[in-house]
Design a protein around this ligand. Structure first.
Ligand code: MRU
Length: 325
């Protein structure tokens, strides 16, 4: 059985998500610097998985004998949008300060963060399946699955829990240009579990919502501001606009570690802008003329008003403040 991340024997093993679906290979990180590289280059990605990996990166840094700044600053500089990274580092920093960089205490905290994330995903799945009872056709974007968390997933946790209750559940996955998390990762992990999945290109979303009998859109999140505005993979905002136009509910599934109450609204969320080469070059092949500029914001922000509900492990929030569950 594959794993997204596993810490044992003083090393963090990460499934190399850059190679999926062709190859299942693991990268073994023995230093905090190696964990930084894996997060930056997206060997491991997805907000909760980034946070958990960074927590183990702190353990490795302590084992190396690095200073507090030498450990925390590079890990915090890897990717800016997913707040789970900073949330996990904050927890680890408290232990570092209390316990004087004791690797055993730090490892215990990292393991607790990992276990809590898995438990949160299962709770999100249960709550989401209650909410979606009777709905069978789900559209999703990016990968908010076991590959993006300690296991089970957030948006795909909801799908998994729905499928456990009703095997007629099926998923449409948007391919999610330019990294193709939908095509490479969501399609791969759902097939591992035998959950029916059909791939669509991102430009098919409007047509799909009109023609395919989609009951609900379910996505993950990278950071949720105090007012509920949600940053998630680029393309989520247009999906939310389209879903609203077609009267299809859009749910965001995320652990409370993705909430950032320090930011008043989505305008304050830092959005990662990645290299334009990631848009113009695909699998080593140039797709656009040399010199043509391309933009690559990795995330966009969906206003809370377009979100039907945010499913967390603690409960469901909706823009009208209706109490749920
Ligand atoms: O750039 P990525 O692949 O790290 O982006 C991932 C997403 O946008 C996910 O939807 C989000 O992190 C939630 S993962 C449970």
């Amino acid at each position: 059985m594959w794993h997204t991340l596993k810490y044992e024997g003083g090393a963090l093993s990460l499934l190399n998500q850059l190679l999926l679906p062709e190859r299942e290979e693991y990268v073994l990180c023995r230093t905090a610097g190696e964990v930084c590289r894996c997060i930056r280059t997206m060997v491991v990605r997805g907000a909760p998985a980034i946070g958990v990996s960074a927590a183990y990166g702190v353990v490795l840094g302590a084992l190396e004998g690095l200073s507090e700044e030498g450990v925390f600053n590079p890990l915090a500089a890897t990717r800016p949008t997913a707040v789970n990274l900073f949330w996990a580092l904050e927890r680890m920093r408290r232990v570092w300060k209390d316990a004087g960089a004791d690797p055993a205490r730090l490892e215990a905290e990292a393991r607790a963060i990992e276990a809590e994330d898995l438990a949160a995903c299962r709770s999100i799945g249960r709550r989401g399946a209650d909410l979606l009872a009777g709905k069978r056709t789900v559209l999703t974007i990016c990968n908010a699955g076991a590959l993006a968390t300690s296991g089970y997933g957030t948006a795909l946790g909801v799908v998994r829990a729905c499928f456990e209750r009703d095997p007629r559940v099926r998923v449409y996955a948007l391919e999610t240009r330019p990294y193709l998390q939908g095509a490479r990762l969501t399609a791969w992990e759902l097939r591992q579990d035998g959950i029916p999945v059909t791939l669509l290109t991102d430009g098919m979303a409007g047509w799909a919502l009109k023609a395919l009998g989609i009951d609900a859109v379910v996505t993950g999140a990278d950071r949720i501001a105090a007012n509920g505005d949600t940053a998630n993979k680029i393309g989520t905002y247009q999906l939310a606009v389209l879903a609203r136009h077609h009267g299809v509910p859009l749910y965001v599934a995320a652990p409370t570690s993705t909430l950032d109450p320090s930011l008043p609204d989505g305008g304050a969320i830092p959005i990662e802008e990645r290299a334009s080469d990631e848009v113009t070059i695909l699998a080593g092949r140039r797709l656009a003329p040399q010199g043509v500029p391309a933009r690559h914001p990795a995330f966009d922000v969906t206003p809370f008003g377009l979100i039907t509900g945010i499913i967390t492990e603690q409960g469901i929030f909706d823009p009208h403040g209706h109490p749920r569950h």
